[in-house]
Design a protein around this ligand. Structure first.
Ligand code: PMP
Length: 438
């Protein structure tokens, strides 16, 4: 039986490559037509056939407060009435830059002194690595297998997210000389990082790492790992870029860095990248960090970066409203919801005798069909991923929308109330059963 989603997918495939504007939206690895969404409110999304689902995608992260939070919608509406785009500085963007810097500060640590706003996470990381190169005068970059930092040429090597789902080692169209500037190292292995620095140390501009890896499922950094990366980078005159596009302002008011700092793990990243929550569902991302590094950006410095829509007033309004509404109670609510769902997920799979782990990084968690939580991309790839399509579709049939790939995190929001959590936990046993029989 087909429904309106199938009809739209048929049409979309003619008009749009693969029918989607971002590969992670396709149901390629789970099969079937993606749900074409017509509306999203609170913890739910509604598809083109009028069916409502409890949503665990949250637009891949931004919807920390839940979809269409009234304060955010109102802020965007008010901003729209004053003009859609100016291409000139605004007071609100200064406020957002200040707010980001203040939020990331923990105790004595104030690692973000300047902020530049851009429109996507891809732009933020692309600019951060250009800045690291411009600052150090070096070319090489260290990135980790299974970490995803957007789709700029140099960052697609062994990337997670949609590339992991599609099983791609990288992308066609990236010139070999560009790819050769990225040194890919296994995640969570400081010895491997030391080795590449021993060989190439004086040519490495920086290390880029997800604050907690969440684009190969969730693989939290081992204790001391991020701090160890900072030490290795700094001993060798390189910079550490911590990518908080996914984790920033989601796992904690100060991002994963803040969560770690609060737990006593203090270290000094040189640059951060933010996205998703910081734009509250509108196109906005940011990079920030040490003033002496950030001041290498044009117009004060020689590293060029620009954007017609950078600091767009609607996006800035959404970001400000979201960060202001992101109170400690919001994080407590999301943390508690994550614990309920992660616990119920594990219990359901255990009851069916399915080998699994539910790795967590703060309120982010994912699932892996492996008895031991993976610590790197090789272990992630070795799991029984073929169990996921049956699990995913059983949840979807029960009205729960999960990421259509086992290599993605699950996202809760502050709008997931007890009724929403009950619908998720009620759906899990049948899905676990389907996974067991897959
Ligand atoms: N970095 C990380 C850690 C991400 O998770 C993502 C997107 N999922 C990006 C960068 C790229 O952001 P965008 O999709 O906004 O370009």
């Amino acid at each position: 039986m087909t429904d309106r989603n199938d009809d739209l997918f048929e049409r979309a495939r003619t008009a749009i490559p693969g029918g989607v504007n971002s590969p992670v939206r396709a149901f390629g690895s789970v099969g079937g037509s993606p749900r074409f969404l017509a509306a999203a409110r609170g913890a739910t999304v509604t598809d083109a056939a009028g069916r409502e689902y409890i949503d665990l995608v949250a637009s891949w992260g931004p919807a920390l407060l839940g979809h269409a939070h009234p304060d955010v919608v109102e802020a965007v509406r008010e901003a729209a009435l004053r003009g859609l785009s100016f291409g000139a500085p605004t007071e609100a963007e200064v406020e957002l830059a200040e707010l980001i810097a203040d939020r990331v500060a923990v105790g004595e640590g104030r690692p973000v002194e300047r902020v530049r706003l851009v429109s996507t996470g891809t732009e933020a990381t692309m600019t951060a690595i250009r800045l690291a190169r411009g600052y150090t005068g070096r070319d090489l970059l260290v990135k980790f297998a299974g970490n995803y930092h957007g789709h700029s040429d140099g960052l697609l090597a062994a990337a997670g997210s949609g590339l992991a789902t599609l099983g791609l080692p990288g992308s066609a169209g990236v010139p070999a000389p560009v790819a050769s500037q990225t040194l890919v190292v296994p995640y969570n292995d400081l010895g491997a990082v030391r080795e590449v620095f021993e060989i190439h140390g004086d040519r490495i501009a920086g290390i880029i790492v997800e604050a907690a890896a969440a684009n190969m499922g969730v693989v939290p950094p081992l204790p001391g790992y991020n701090a160890g990366l900072a030490d290795i980078a700094h001993e060798n005159g390189a910079l550490l870029i911590v990518d908080e596009v996914l984790t920033g302002f989601r796992v904690h008011s100060a991002g994963y860095w803040g969560l770690q700092a609060e737990a006593g793990e203090r270290y000094s990243p040189d640059l951060f990248t933010f996205g998703k929550v910081v734009g509250g569902g509108m196109p906005l991302a940011a990079l920030g960090g040490r003033a002496d590094v950030m001041d290498k950006l044009a117009p004060v410095g020689p590293v060029y970066q620009a954007g017609t829509l950078s600091g767009n007033p609607l996006s800035v309004a959404a970001g400000l409203a979201t960060l202001r509404a992101a109170t400690p109670q919001v994080y407590a609510r999301v943390d508690a919801a994550a614990s309920v769902v992660a616990g119920a997920l594990s219990a359901a799979l255990t009851a069916e005798g399915v080998d699994h782990s539910v790795p967590r990084a703060g309120n982010l968690f994912g699932m892996a069909f492996a008895a031991k939580a993976p610590v790197d991309n090789d272990e992630v790839q070795a799991q029984e991923a073929w169990r996921y399509p049956a699990f995913f579709h059983a949840m979807l049939d029960a009205g729960v929308s999960l990421p259509p790939s086992v290599f993605e995190a699950w996202f809760l929001t502050a709008a997931h109330d007890d009724a929403a959590l009950e619908r998720i936990t009620a759906a899990l046993p049948a899905a676990a059963h389907a996974a067991a029989r897959a």
